[in-house]
Design a protein around this ligand. Structure first.
Ligand code: ZN
Length: 402
């Protein structure tokens, strides 16, 4: 059984240091490179689906979280406020309050809807130190989040669209789907909003799920509305949640959000909270384990390791590496040690390809790729190799070249 904490350290993905603090991991260069590729992909997927991206600060005034209801219903999971003169600042436990302010920053009409405000943004949870570890239980979270403000009649299609985008992102990342869960209200928990809104929200989610396999989970709803959890299966076959979509009638009310409808009347939008892949921390804990460190080529930290057979071929190896970097690939040259040892080491670190450059390759401008699963590909001209590799990144193909 692969443990992402051990493998994450071996592969240089992240680092935990008692001086930084429990649950506050640091992303190392290789982890940051892979995360950067994944974030770029997610933003591009969202951009094509009509999302608009924003940046908002990870803390805000106490009043903001009083208005949003977080202080009343979520305070146990929040850090204590920071005093600043007469003001109190709070590390945010969610991005919704700021995104409601984005909506309210100007007048809105029905033509703006659905208005999809997206951000991979920082938020904080005061998890107890006993439960912290690796990337799964952390206090600083980078969430792939969006708040989609819709007219009521748009909500069903919007939720169905989120489920479709989630499946697409999961397929590209190699996430294994395990069905859907409809999370509803349960006894003993404090919720906001009236019964009628909850019933309507549940009904809309059931409609979006029609034809899909799902089970119900009473008591697992967010404090402001019902949600769909998109379940995934980990390397050991266990189920967990990465992605959610939630319906919220409460925050538009609290923030007094409205839009001008066709007839000129003011209407209240419905807020759909959604995350396609969850937080970057949980996502990478999952990806490290499910791929046993062998990430798909398109987001592997180092995609190609360039190996000159002897020192004579070092200039040709460096020239190839420069062209590959220019083509947008992540590449490293390794010239120390025997070729066999370098190939084995590169495969052990799960680098998708070793590019071997010997006398013949250097003289003829060729590159011979070896994949991490031990296959040797025929030598090909540099330009052809670069084209095949950049095409593999663009298509996000899970398979290596053959
Ligand atoms: Zn939200």
């Amino acid at each position: 059984m692969v443990d992402h904490r051990k493998l994450g350290r071996e592969l240089g993905i992240f680092h935990s240091d008692p001086l930084s603090g429990a649950g506050l991991p640091i992303w190392l260069p290789d982890g940051a490179a892979a995360r950067h590729a994944v974030e770029e992909y997610i933003r591009e997927l969202e951009r094509r689906a009509g999302y608009q991206h924003v940046y908002s600060p990870p803390l805000g005034r106490r009043d903001l979280f009083e208005l949003s209801g977080h202080l009343g219903h979520f305070i146990d999971d929040m850090f204590p406020p920071l005093r600043m003169g007469d003001d109190e600042l709070i590390l945010r436990p969610a991005l919704c309050p700021h995104h409601c302010l984005v909506y309210a920053a100007r007048g809105r009409s029905y033509r703006d809807l659905p208005l999809r405000i997206a951000e991979i943004g920082g938020m904080y949870r005061s998890e107890r130190s006993g439960v912290l570890g690796g990337l799964t239980r952390v206090r600083a979270i980078s969430l792939n989040d969006s708040h989609n403000f819709c007219a009521l009649e748009q909500v069903g299609a919007e939720v169905a669209d989120v489920l479709r985008l989630t499946s697409e992102a999961h397929a590209a990342l190699g996430v294994r789907p395990a069905g859907y869960r409809l999370s509803l209200r349960g006894p003993g928990v404090s919720y906001v909003g009236d019964d009628e809104s909850w019933r309507r929200g549940e009904q809309l989610l059931r409609e979006a799920l029609s034809g899909l396999p799902y089970e119900e989970a009473p008591g697992d709803a967010a404090f402001y509305g019902p949600k769909i959890d998109i379940q995934v299966r980990d390397a050991a076959g266990r189920e967990s949640t990465l992605s959610t979509v939630q319906i919220d009638f409460d925050k538009p009310e609290r923030f007094d959000l409205s839009y001008a409808d066709r007839d000129g009347g003011r209407r209240r939008p419905v807020l759909v909270h959604r995350s396609l892949v969850g937080s970057m921390e949980r996502l990478f804990a999952y990806l490290i384990e499910v791929h046993a460190g062998a990430f798909p080529f398109w987001f592997a930290p180092v995609q190609v390791e360039v190996l000159p057979i002897v020192a004579d071929q070092l200039p040709a190896a460096e020239a190839f590496a420069r062209s590959a970097v220019e083509a947008g690939l992540r590449v490293r040259v390794q010239s120390d040690g025997s070729l066999g040892a370098r190939i084995r080491d590169s495969a052990k670190r799960k680098v998708p390809y070793a590019a071997v450059i010997g006398a013949r390759e250097a003289a003829d401008g060729l590159v011979a790729l070896r994949s991490r699963d031990g296959r040797a590909l025929d030598p090909l001209p540099v330009a052809v190799v670069l084209r095949r590799l950049t095409e593999a990144v663009a298509s996000r193909s899970p398979a290596l070249l053959s």
